[in-house]
Design a protein around this ligand. Structure first.
Ligand code: DGJ
Length: 719
């Protein structure tokens, strides 16, 4: 008998006769079975299958000589390290009596709506694992996680605890795409063939990191933006994470992800358990473009606070690049007045407002208002900002302490350290050991007090400007000190969750010196992220493109700042605006220095942005011409209801006098007619109305030349 769920719905079915589960996640099928050895075997991940009768019961693969037993040749869902397996394990343990062998077998399962839970247990010991699979039918995304439980009578040490493994269809010729970078150079796209062996991308830095991001995409070697099978995934964890992309000697490509096993050790007392971070996976045959669009929708609807009903991101102003640490009431009020004139909706005062914070050498940890700069507290500035029609946001960096601070003088032991060893400073600061309960509670109370005393603070920009060093926790028992890596992140999450619960209107931006803490874990509890400290519009084109592979433009904060930028480049104000308008628009320039013409252009741009922001933030994104591929780039956004499309185009340099390439749009209705609105008449042919068929097949010609030219064209669908 075949059971078929209606299209677009999700279903998890257990086919008892063949001991397999068919997870139907909208357009995607994921199939797992229990094989004749009672192992949990991966059977299929890809485009949706409709006929359960096609699916044979799982059966292990034969061994390959005496060197690879069937545990190595059979794709498994959650292999333990034991039983002669050499593939990357999902779980590695030392049992109470020193045994380091783990063979997990299927015990039972439950299906609860869109969630399947499978219980596994070691063949001899009371070491249990619950695998949870949640399907998201609208997107085809599946969320995996594991709870590891010690039901033995003594302590168990976990040495690797992964969220799960994704097995691709057996074969070779796969290609990996991933994101790497560094401070001010995040989100660089890397694409390379997958060969036998293992490629590891990871963070050992305590947070998600600028250097690598916990996202991957794998295709069969020839996918492009519009076509080709792409399997993709992301870990929701803002601490040390690892993705191992492995091609076994049996042509099996598998991606294992979860807590980074580096310097990892987690002790489970009898009866205790550890839950891994979520590991999300998705599939499309519509190329990298569709893979990104699936993730964007999924993040907005299923991950970010407020889900599908979350408000659009307001246009914000941020003081950092204008005033750095030299903030005071009069100066901020003056900037706020100018920002309001541009149509800004949120005014954010960045670093410098607290403690003895006149530079980056002092004050972190002392979250009280600096009375020299704000003699009457923050109230008068907040009131002024509110009376200008904007809400007020404030910068904080709660996890850090300057040695030159009252907090450090009172609690030097609160900083992460190993006793009697140097404490490595970065930006003159140390990391508080947030794994400690007292530190966690102190930070929660400090932030809560700030919000209680200033109830009109609508937004916190939560920064983190360095990575861990000397990750010691001397107060904890020696065998538990490495748990700091996990407990730290858990406690940061807990503080954010508690603050949001107590102050339900509060919004938060995740920042870590730019894009150092962007992942699906932090995105589930913050409303936006700071993409990069690099605000140079030309660099930003590539930074933002890389970001868009994995994360929604709604979360992507992008500011218009002054030129020349930090790398010496100057670009026109319109170019800077249009680049920033491809995400969540912010302004970060020193408005005191902007000319009347600049202010007028900025006002027009903010006005335009408000008319297209729903499309940009919540629409479908099409990367038409990559800034990586040449001097011309173009990105298009189509609104969810198909009524509006927006094209952004950039000519960063003129080469050989060639005109820009013809731009063919995507995602429109061929039969529909669209009214064309240009911002500066750079569309040739004087088109006023045009069909979707023309736009998508003939395409348009743009007049862009010289250096750093730019334009935007808006298409409104006519009835
Ligand atoms: C790093 C952030 O990314 C910047 O935007 C700014 O907030 C500074 N920190 C302030 O110290």
């Amino acid at each position: 008998m075949s059971l078929l769920a209606p299209a677009g719905s999700g279903a998890i079915r257990y086919v008892a006769a063949r001991k397999l589960w068919h997870l139907e996640a909208g357009p995607v099928s994921y199939v797992i079975g229990v094989n004749e050895k009672n192992e949990l075997q991966s059977i299929y991940w890809g485009k949706r299958l409709w006929r359960d009768d096609d699916l044979a019961a799982a059966h292990s693969n034969p061994e390959w000589a005496s060197f690879d037993n069937s545990g190595n040749t059979t794709p498994q869902e959650y292999p333990g390290w034991g039983g002669g397996r050499y593939i990357e394990p999902c779980l590695k343990v030392t049992l109470p009596d020193g045994v380091r062998d783990l063979v997990l077998h299927y015990v039972s399962h439950t299906i609860d709506g869109d969630t399947l839970r499978i219980e596994m247990k070691d063949i001899a010991y009371g070491l249990e694992v619950t695998l949870a699979y949640q399907v998201y039918p609208e997107s085809g995304v599946i969320r995996k996680s594991a709870v590891i439980r010690n039901r033995t009578s003594g302590p168990v040490t976990l040495e690797s605890a992964q969220s799960g493994a994704w097995n691709l269809p057996r074969g070779e010729g796969y290609r990996l795409t991933y994101l790497s970078g560094r401070w001010a150079g995040e989100w660089q796209i890397n694409r390379e063939p997958i060969h036998p062996g293992m490629k590891v991308i990871e963070s050992r830095r305590g947070n998600t990191s600028h250097q690598a991001n916990p996202w991957f995409a794998i295709d069969e070697g020839s996918a492009d933006e519009e076509r080709g099978r792409v399997w993709f995934g992301a870990i929701g964890w803002s601490g040390n994470w690892r993705l191992s992309i492995e091609q076994t000697s049996h042509q099996q490509v598998r991606v294992t992800g979860g807590f980074n096993p580096f310097d990892f050790s987690y002790r489970l007392g009898s009866g205790e358990s550890l839950e891994t971070p979520p590991f999300y996976g998705g599939f499309t045959d519509g190329g990298f473009g569709e893979a990104s669009r699936i993730l964007h929708r999924f993040e907005r609807v299923n991950i970010m606070p407020g889900g599908a009903t979350a408000r659009l991101r307001p246009v914000l102003y941020n003081s950092w690049e204008a005033t750095e640490f030299a903030v005071d009431e009069a100066g901020q009020k003056a900037l706020a007045a100018k920002a309001a004139k541009l149509g800004v909706e949120r005014f954010v005062m960045d670093d410098g407002w607290f403690g003895a914070r006149n530079n980056d050498r002092a004050g972190l940890g002392d979250w009280t208002v600096n009375r020299q700069k704000f003699p009457n507290g923050l109230g008068p500035l907040i009131d002024a900002v509110n009376s200008l029609g904007m809400d007020f946001g404030l910068w904080v960096e709660p996890e850090m302490v300057n040695p030159d601070s009252n907090l450090y003088r009172q609690h030097p032991d609160w900083a992460m350290h190993f006793p009697d060893r140097p404490r490595t400073e970065a930006r003159n600061q140390l990391v508080l050991n947030m794994a400690r309960e007292d530190v966690k509670n102190y930070i929660f109370e400090a932030l809560d007090r700030l919000l209680v005393e200033n109830p009109k603070i609508a937004f916190l920009k939560w920064d983190m400007n360095r990575n861990f060093s000397e990750p010691g926790w001397p107060e904890a028992p020696v065998e538990q000190q490495k748990e700091l890596w996990v407990a730290y992140t858990r406690n940061v999450y807990e503080i954010i969750d508690r603050l949001r619960k107590k102050h339900p209107k509060l919004e938060i931006e995740s920042c870590s010196g730019g894009g150092g803490r962007v992942d699906l874990g932090i995105l589930s509890r913050t409303d936006e992220v700071w993409t990069s400290d690099n605000t140079d519009a030309f660099d930003r084109l590539r930074i933002q493109e890389g970001f868009s592979y994995a994360y929604t433009p709604k979360a992507m904060m992008a500011w218009v700042t002054d030129v020349p930028n930090f790398n010496g480049r100057s670009t026109p104000l319109q170019y800077r605006f249009l680049v920033a308008m491809m995400g969540s628009l912010g302004i970060g320039g020193n408005l005191n220095k902007w000319s009347a013409d600049d202010m007028a252009l900025a006002t027009r741009m903010v006005y335009l942005y408000k008319s297209i922001r729903k499309t940009v933030q919540e629409g479908s994104l099409f990367r038409l011409f990559s800034p990586d591929a040449g001097t011309f780039s173009a990105t298009e956004y189509v609104s969810g209801d198909g009524r509006q499309a927006v094209l952004f185009a950039f000519r960063s340099a003129q080469d050989y006098g060639y005109p820009p390439p013809v731009v063919r749009l995507s995602g429109l209705d061929e039969r529909a007619v669209y009214r064309v609105k240009t911002i500066d008449r750079k569309l040739t042919g004087g088109l006023e109305t045009v069909s979707g068929a023309y736009l998508m097949n003939r395409g348009i010609d743009l007049r862009l030349g010289g250096d750093f030219d730019s334009t935007a064209v808006v298409f409104e669908r006519l009835e």
